[in-house]
Design a protein around this ligand. Structure first.
Ligand code: HDE
Length: 680
């Protein structure tokens, strides 16, 4: 537990800044030993505090200034360290060193986040998730600042403040927190129809991920890869989670918001502490320069994805997150990402959303981190040296020696001097541009619905149902019938079925026209086609004293072998005694645990006469059943299944043959959820 598996350049650099106060004498910030920390200095035991009490003043002043502004978006986040290694050299596409050398392990720092909520908001809300990766390469920091959704709400950065204002809590009453189910957001959507495609994703299961470990990441924009010969290819970046892409169900997500607002960070933290390191494969989609106009969408439009069936994702390397942070403020909060932090061999496209981001990120760090020297904070420092003539400012730590802080100069023989391209100097791709200066949007950006329909067409039936429910929930929360109607009419352009069913659910008029000619589907978009595995799934074992020692021990061992994590639930903490002298430590009671924190339940039972125990166990089982989770039962546990008539339902495994049970139950757990189960 907690062992450092991430010895690398970044870790060594951070080590210089780590301090362990344990066992040390208390001092002031000036290093003076403090003799008393219980009482302030007073004029008499019952008298006023004296101004002279420097220890009190320093301690209180520091405390008064502990908070910095939270991120305007992505405020609620959680991060971890890791490393990235390439499978095969990408030399033919890019000269980026970390994408050429397969022997290199590049240190990374990854911050996951929700977008709309404040820093203290709950994590399982319906929202896009940020997926920002800082690669500490030998050529400087490269930041891939992406989301878990491959497209965005708007096409031009100038609209970002409007979009964010609409989704944030409404300004007159600051409600609702971390939720898009309110009038201003949907008013924005209906009146900015370029949002249609992203809304389909945001209303889909993708917006309520089961875990940061089980979601995809996307660079969203089209970037360029440029090779040694100066040849450029367009590229989109992907992160594919090795555990597959899986989601919660909405009712569960809402309950989790109350039961464990830290659900996603706890999951990430615990998996890293337990050595079950989250892994993601880096994928690239590549389009040749000459094919820029070969698609029925504009590849610069950030509301469009490149269907994987048309432009395959090549898996080129793997990222492993293997170390938790030492201090959340110093690392997770102070990390500063910037889509403009690139290395030679990676360049931008003219996507107008990306272009605007290149301004915003530095600007926001200046206020958030208090000045221009945030690159000197330990978490932000590159692992290669940096030299330039930038000087001074708040919080400057570097002590630049000598009189020269300008270029050109003779005193220091013109150094620090620009590096030639051969020496690794960054050169921008010399794209030819011949254009008028205009405030306009390209005609090729004006189809807002085809890919939204493709997304809809690609969903399985349960996924379509979830989309309808999500729309009905969100729109059902609105105060304005006019906005509800506008949204329904808008989404009739995506799917008439969707719009009609939502209209009926929320009691507005069915749209008059609508329907789409688009029949294309992209199977890769459905989570049904993702990888399924039981590994690292958390199973709650409901059990009481007098359980069948031998058989239970055997089954638990078989499940553990499959990588399943087992946690024991009972009516009291302590140790349970089974037959044959077996003992089991209890992890949760029915009070401290909840069915929603588990992927599946295994009902073992025990003496089974306690009324309260039976009631609580059945409550857990019925709730898990309603969330489509696998449920297993052996011996006395079967009673709870029978009494609730669940035994013939999909994903409910009942058996007294332990090997048979373990095999079937593992398969049921790997399936994630059993949507074919009907809930009445
Ligand atoms: Fe961001 N975004 N963004 N964004 N974004 C920020 O930077 C912005 C966009 C993304 O864990 C801010 O340091 C503009 C797309 C992530 O620290 C800010 C536009 C994508 C994070 C900002 C966008 C993202 C941010 C707030 C439209 C997916 C969290 C605090 C042009 C590709 C990074 C900060 C972290 C954070 C601006 C659109 C991803 C204000 C102007 C598209 C993952 O600078």
């Amino acid at each position: 537990m907690g062992e450092n598996h991430n010895k690398n350049k970044k870790d060594e650099q951070l080590e210089q800044y780590r301090v362990n106060d344990e066992g040390k004498k208390l001092t002031t910030n000036q290093g003076l030993k403090v003799a008393e920390d219980e009482f302030s200095l007073k004029a008499g035991e019952r008298g006023p505090t004296l101004m002279e009490d420097f220890h009190f003043r320093e301690k209180m002043t520091h405390f008064d200034h502990e908070r910095i502004p939270e991120r305007i978006v992505h405020a609620r986040g959680f991060a971890a360290h890791g490393e990235f290694q390439l499978y095969e050299s990408l030399k033919k596409y890019t000269k980026a060193d970390f994408l050429n050398d397969t022997s290199k392990k590049t240190p990374v720092f990854v911050r996951f986040s929700t977008v709309a909520g404040s820093r203290g908001s709950s994590e399982t809300v319906r929202d896009a998730r940020g997926f920002a990766t800082k690669f500490y390469t030998d050529e400087g920091n490269y930041d891939l600042v992406g989301n878990n959704i491959p497209v965005f709400f708007i096409q031009d950065a100038v609209k970002f403040p409007d979009f964010v204002h609409s989704v944030k809590p409404e300004p007159h009453n600051e409600m609702p927190q971390a939720a898009s189910a309110h009038d201003t957001f949907w008013d924005f959507v209906a009146n900015n129809q370029e949002s249609a495609h992203m809304i389909m994703w945001a209303m889909s299961d993708r917006a309520i991920p089961r875990s940061f470990r089980m979601m995809e990441g996307f660079g969203v924009h089209t970037f360029r890869l440029v090779n040694e010969e100066g040849k450029s290819h367009f590229v989109k970046f992907h992160w594919k989670p090795v555990l597959g892409t899986h989601s919660l169900v909405w009712d569960e997500a809402q309950k989790l918001s109350g039961k464990d607002a830290d659900f996603h960070r706890r999951d990430l933290w615990e998996s890293i502490e337990n050595g079950e390191y989250p892994e993601y494969e880096l994928g690239i989609q590549v389009i040749k320069e000459e094919d820029e106009f070969s698609f029925d969408f504009d590849i610069l439009d950030p509301t469009k994805l490149w269907p994987e069936e048309d432009v395959p994702v090549q898996l080129v390397g793997k990222m492993t997150l293997n170390r938790n942070v030492d201090n959340v403020f110093a690392e997770t909060e102070q990390v500063a990402f910037h889509p403009g932090s690139v290395v030679p061999g990676i360049d931008f496209s003219n996507d107008p959303l990306l272009q605007g981001r290149l301004f915003s990120y530095t600007d926001t760090q200046l206020i958030r981190l208090g000045g221009p020297n945030f690159h000197e904070l330990p978490i932000n420092r590159p692992v290669c040296p940096f030299h330039n003539n930038q000087r001074d400012g708040y919080g400057r730590q570097t002590i630049n020696k000598g009189p020269v802080s300008y270029h050109k100069n003779s005193i220091a023989s013109n150094t620090p001097e620009p590096a030639s391209e051969a020496e690794g100097g960054y050169t921008h791709y010399a794209e030819k541009i011949d254009a008028h200066k205009v405030r306009a949007r390209s005609e090729s950006f004006k189809d807002h619905f085809s890919q939204a329909t493709m997304f809809w067409n690609s969903m399985s039936d349960p996924e379509k149902e979830h989309l309808k429910e999500a729309f009905s929930f969100e729109l059902g929360k609105l105060g304005s019938e006019s906005i509800q109607q506008q949204v329904v009419d808008m989404f009739a352009n995506v799917s008439r079925e969707l719009a009609v069913d939502v209209a009926n659910a929320i009691g507005v008029k069915e749209p008059e026209g609508g329907g789409s000619e688009v029949t294309k589907a992209s199977p890769a978009l459905s989570q049904e086609n993702t990888k399924h595995t039981a590994e690292t799934r958390k199973v709650g074992v409901i059990i009481s004293d007098n359980f069948n020692g031998e058989e239970v021990t055997k089954t638990l061992a078989l499940l553990k072998k499959e990588g399943i994590i087992l946690e024991v639930i009972s009516d009291k903490l302590g140790r349970l005694k089974g037959t044959t002298g077996t003992e089991l430590a209890v992890d949760h009671t029915f009070l401290t645990g909840e069915s929603v924190i588990f992927d599946a339940l295994y009902a073992v039972g025990g003496n089974g006469t306690d009324k309260k125990f039976n009631h609580d166990a059945e409550y857990f089982i019925n709730e898990a059943f309603q969330h489509f989770k696998p449920i297993g039962a052996t011996h006395e546990g079967k009673r709870w299944i029978k009494e609730n008539e669940l035994e013939n339902s999909p994903g409910v495994i009942v058996s007294d043959d332990m090997d048979d049970f373990a095999e079937k139950f593992t398969r049921a757990v790997a399936a994630h959820r059993h949507w074919e189960r009907s809930i009445v």
